[in-house]
Design a protein around this ligand. Structure first.
Ligand SMILES: [Zn+2]
Length: 261
């Protein structure tokens, strides 16, 4: 695919390719039941409005008619459900969810989006029950256990957590995420901090804390994968708020059930 042509299928994860437009979980690539992935800093390859950008994602995923679900992400722990009725409230193929950091649906043709630049994007699916979820976990969401809440709500909506699969997209790594004493204290106060905290260097493994929450919720550890890419180390490929504090740009992670044929 040409880097300047977004009307063809999106490219696969290529961590060594510094110009990759799209990252995905190799385990889920080409799955006929659902679409997923995450944009890099190079997507879109040309100037686009936000609306054009989410439209290009729909086209790239082969889901031109899909409705994009956008959360306003307030670093909280509210999990929203989007069912048939909320779907009917879509305007211009978009549903906006105020005061929300996690969302669940069983509706095909909905694309759940998470926007990040260092925070952890979490995508989840129980493909048997056809229930998907997405969450945004920064440090505040992580200490509020947003990942555990997402799993609990997915389970309440019918997902079997033993069959649920989860992907954590690129986020700031243990290598780079140094925090202040206050934040460190908040992490020490939640139960599952070890070995995700380096006490002397005051660093936190944000993705690992979320993985532990998800595993303790009942998802088999083997069913949870996370990207090895650190947004801060790989600011050539990804957006990092820490690396570029004045850059408001964000990456967009996405998951959506394809309609069943
Ligand atoms: Zn790093």
């Amino acid at each position: 695919m040409s880097e300047h042509d977004t009307d063809t299928p999106l490219p696969r994860e290529a961590p060594t390719d510094t110009r990759a437009l799209w990252i995905s979980d190799p385990r889920w690539e080409g799955d006929p039941d659902f679409a997923h992935g995450m944009t890099t800093r190079h997507f879109p390859p040309s100037a686009m409005t936000f609306e054009e950008r989410i439209s290009a994602i729909r086209v790239g995923l082969g889901m031109t008619d899909a409705v994009s679900v956008l959360m306003d992400q307030v670093h909280g722990a509210r999990v929203a459900w989007v069912g048939e009725r909320s779907r009917q409230r879509a305007e211009n193929q978009v549903i906006r969810l105020p005061d929300t950091d996690a969302v669940i649906t069983n509706q095909p043709g909905l694309l759940l989006h998470v926007s990040t630049a260092d925070c952890v994007p979490i995508l989840a699916i129980d493909r048997t029950r056809r229930i998907i979820g997405a969450a945004h976990a920064g440090w505040r969401g992580t200490v509020s256990k947003i990942a555990a809440k997402l799993m609990r709500e997915m389970n309440r909506r019918g997902a079997d957590l033993e069959r649920t699969e989860v992907w954590l997209g690129p986020s700031i790594g243990f290598c780079c995420y140094e925090v202040g004493e206050d934040v460190l204290k908040r992490f020490k106060a939640i139960n599952n901090w070890w070995p995700a905290i380096h006490l002397t260097k005051r660093r936190i493994d944000l993705a690992l804390v979320n993985r532990l929450q998800i595993a303790r919720s009942g998802v088999p550890p083997d069913s949870i994968t996370s990207s090895r890419l650190c947004t801060h180390c790989r600011s050539d490929l990804l957006f990092s708020h820490r690396a570029e504090p004045t850059n408001p740009s964000r990456m967009l992670a996405v998951i959506g059930l394809r309609p069943q044929s």
